[in-house]
Each structure stands twice: as C-alpha cells, then as structure tokens.
Design a protein around this ligand. Structure first.
Ligand code: AQP
Length: 333
C-alpha cells in the first residue's frame, strides 16, 4: 500500500474517431500497456474530442464501443488501470471551459494540428477544433499526471498543457502537477504506407495507407506489399527514402531489431522480401489483439461494467482537482 502511494501517475487518451491504427498502437497504446505495473495508469477514450470533426451518430456509437474493446484487447488490465469514457466524466468539459480563459488565442493559433485539420476540413473550422488542446490539457491536468505516453505528433499539445498549467500555478499557487510527455524511441511517428510524408491516421481516406489493429493478416500483407518505396532497391535508412525509412521504423518497433541489424539482414535483397518480412512481423504482433477483440466485443455487459466502474473512479479523482481549481479562482462552492 505504501508503494502504491509512491507510484507516479500516467494519463493518456485516444479518440474513437475510427478504427485504431498501427500508428496509435506503436506510438501510444503499446506504452499504455507496458506502463501498467510501474505507474498508476489512467486512460480515456476521448470521445468529446471526436466531435471537432462531424460524426454520424450511429457510426460514432459503434466506434466508441469498438475502440473501447480494441484498446482493452491490446492488454489494458482493469484490475491495475482505470480506462474510462471521457464524456461520462463531466469534470473534463468543466475544466476545459475554465482553462480556456487562461489560454491565449495566439498560442492556440500556432498549433500545427489545428492548421492541418482546418485545411482538411475547410468547410467546418469550428471553435472546438481550435480549442481542442485546452480540452486535452484539462484531461491531463485533472489527474495530476506525471507522464503522458503519446506519439510524436502530440508533443506540441503537451507543451501547451505545461504552459497553461504553469500560468495557472503562477497565479494561484501549486494547483497542477506539470506533466512530461513520454514519447517512445521506436514507432513515435508511423507514416502512411501510401504517402510517407503524412502520418498514418485513422481518418485517412486511402485505406491502403493505414494498417488497422483489426485488419486480418492477408489484408496487412497486401497493404505492406503495396507500400510506396523508391527505385533504389536497397534496404537502408537515408535521405529521400521516406517510404523505406518508415518500413524500417515499423519493423524495428515490432521486432526490436536495430536499423544496423535490419540493413545487415536485408543486404543484397530486394524490397519484395523486406515488405513481406515487415508485413509478417506486423500481422504476428496484431494477431493476438484481433483474437482477443473478437471475444471482448461480444461481451457488451462486461465492457459496460468495466467502463462504468472506471467512469466512477475517474470522476472521484478528477473532482478533487476540479474543486481545488474552483475554490482558488473564487467561485462559491
Ligand atoms: N501515425 C502515428 N504514429 C505514432 N503515434 C500516433 N498517434 C496517432 N497517430 C500516430 C498517437 O496515438 C494516440 C492517439 O491519437 P488520437 O486518437 O488522440 O489522435 P490523432 O493523433 O489525431 O490520431 P489519428 O489516428 O491521426 O486520428 P484522426 O485521423 O481522427 O485525426 C496519440 O498519442 C497520438 O500521438
């Protein structure tokens, strides 16, 4: 029990905006699983974040439950970790409003994800898309998190979270723990297999660019065989070889092999052999996750029991921070 108290707190979340990808897994979720013994882990399905892009209601309901089952299937242990649904815990929206009054328009304007997403959804550049990082800051700060395991694309959002927390603490005293990002060495930025200048995304319209966690092995093999490479036909890491660099990063992340070892193993062999090896290694990594998902998704009652219990714990923990924030600001409680 004494040891329990000393464990650092980990918080992270994922949007159920589509089927979870290999990028989400290697960049974030794999670390969520491996951190469960050493840390007190709190994870969320960030469904409030998904409505920054228009969602079809029936598809959204299905995506939320499928994503919950998929993440559980990756190895979240509900006996060790809290895995809840963000919209079920009202403190997130409340703290987001409060923090938006301590966040500057100029700093939000510099967020690259806002620029990218507003270019992609030019017909719906809503205020939520702009203030997305504030909700993310609220998610993290509510739990006084020490570490936030995320992919490299979230680095800027972690930085703004720290800035907001420091600003708030500067006015009111030590209210928030200042969190650190926890970005993996391997797999922090998995790129599209069809356009390796773009990150692999759940919402990518080109299905061949993105490997989904639940893709069967034959689909995974097909996607890797079609992956864009270059005309050099030499497996090595280098400038102008974005496609091969990406395949090497994925292969290294799933096998643990160094780039030197991969270059050595594939010396004198063509891209065909290499793509097959990467596809097989990924299919093998994802196979147990897909099998576990197939079982879990059928047991809706079990899943509901898991998230209801987690929602309750998340509300209890986050309410402590929320009450402190309200009191410090001067609200009458
Ligand atoms: N390509 C990636 N490589 C490594 N890590 C990644 N992450 C996302 N894409 C990659 C990490 O996955 C976690 C959850 O991401 P998210 O769902 O909160 O949002 P996102 O970054 O916007 O993910 P997507 O897949 O690109 O979703 P859409 O298409 O809806 O925008 C985060 O830790 C993220 O860093």
């Amino acid at each position: 029990m004494e040891n329990e108290k000393k464990k650092e707190i980990v918080f992270s979340a994922i949007q159920p905006s589509g089927t979870i990808t290999l990028g989400n897994y290697l960049g974030a979720v794999r670390n969520w699983v491996s951190m469960q013994d050493e840390y007190n882990c709190i994870y969320a399905l960030a469904d409030l974040h998904t409505i920054t892009v228009r969602q079809e209601p029936a598809a959204m309901r299905k995506n939320i439950l499928d994503a919950y089952a998929s993440i559980m299937a990756c190895g979240i242990d509900v006996e060790k970790s809290i895995f809840f649904i963000q919209s079920h815990v009202h403190t997130h929206a409340e703290l987001a409003w409060v923090l938006s009054c301590y966040t500057q328009f100029g700093e939000l304007s510099r967020m690259t994800q806002f620029k990218d997403k507003s270019a992609k959804h030019a017909d719906n550049i809503n205020a939520g898309l702009f203030t997305y990082p504030v909700l993310m800051a609220a998610d993290i700060l509510l739990y006084q998190a020490d570490k936030v395991p995320v992919g490299a694309d979230q680095k800027q959002h972690i930085e703004i979270t720290r800035d907001i927390a420091e600003r708030f603490n500067g006015i009111y005293g030590n209210v928030f723990k200042i969190p650190d990002g926890f970005i993996p060495k391997n797999g922090a930025r998995v790129m599209s297999l069809q356009d390796p200048s773009k990150k692999m995304s759940k919402s990518d319209e080109n299905v061949n660019g993105c490997v989904h966690l639940l893709d069967p092995p034959e689909v995974i093999m097909k996607k890797f065989k079609r992956a864009i490479t270059d005309s050099e036909a030499s497996v090595h890491y280098g400038e102008g070889k974005d496609g091969v660099n990406n395949l090497m990063a994925i292969y290294s992340a799933v096998t643990g092999l160094s780039y030197e070892q991969i270059e050595h193993d594939f010396d004198g062999r063509g891209y065909g052999d290499f793509k097959t090896a990467v596809g097989e290694a990924v299919a093998e990594t994802l196979r147990p996750i897909r099998e576990r998902y197939e079982q879990l998704v059928k047991d809706k009652a079990y899943l509901e029991d898991c998230y209801r219990k987690a929602d309750e714990l998340a509300l209890k923990i986050s309410s402590r921070t929320m009450n402190k924030v309200m009191k410090k600001i001067g609200f009458v409680l």
